[in-house]
Design a protein around this ligand. Structure first.
Ligand code: ZN
Length: 174
């Protein structure tokens, strides 16, 4: 288990479509452990594998810090089975330190994924849980939460994005 550096916006790995993995591969479990360690250290609620440089279809979500008894799960090879009505809500992203944006996403969703033991699970989620899962799912396809911004709103955060990209070019991680 190890805490890893989180890649910042500007790193091409965040734009790469990740590939499916075998849940039974010991490397999959090792990666899940690293993701949980890194997420916990960063005090985040969700982290995708490519954010630590691994283009594999895995992400972890941990809402237990925010909501006692909240979900903590590793999601492998997910697909979105159904997505509900879009609503606006605030989001951050560990690859964009300090940047919080209003993002439009489905209020509820059904996701199907594999667990580490290889079994397939289907979850019906809503609210913050749905928002986090869909945000992380996008990461696996190289899609980022700034992508849906209007031109005007993108201009408003342009300086901030440039700042993050500059840090990335210097080889910094979050
Ligand atoms: Zn993110």
């Amino acid at each position: 288990m190890a805490q890893r550096g989180i890649r910042l916006f500007g790193d091409p790995v965040l734009r790469t479509r990740s590939t499916e993995v075998d849940p039974a591969d010991p490397a999959t479990r090792a990666l899940v452990d690293d993701l949980f360690d890194t997420l916990q250290h960063a005090h985040g609620i969700g982290l995708a594998a490519n954010q630590i440089g691994e283009t594999r279809r895995i992400f972890v979500v941990d809402l237990s810090q925010m909501q006692p008894g909240g979900p903590r799960l590793a999601v492998i090879n997910p697909e979105v089975v159904r997505a509900g009505e879009p609503v606006s809500g605030e989001e951050g992203c560990l690859s964009f330190p300090g940047l919080y944006l209003q993002v439009i996403r489905a209020e509820e969703a059904v996701l199907r994924y594999q667990m580490l033991d290889g079994r397939t699970k289907e979850v019906e989620v809503s609210g913050l849980f749905a928002r986090v899962l869909l945000h992380e799912f996008d990461h696996l396809n190289g899609v980022l939460y700034v992508d849906g911004l209007s031109a005007v709103r993108r201009m408003r955060v342009a300086a901030r994005l440039k700042q993050i990209t500059r840090r990335q070019k210097k080889g910094e991680t979050a």
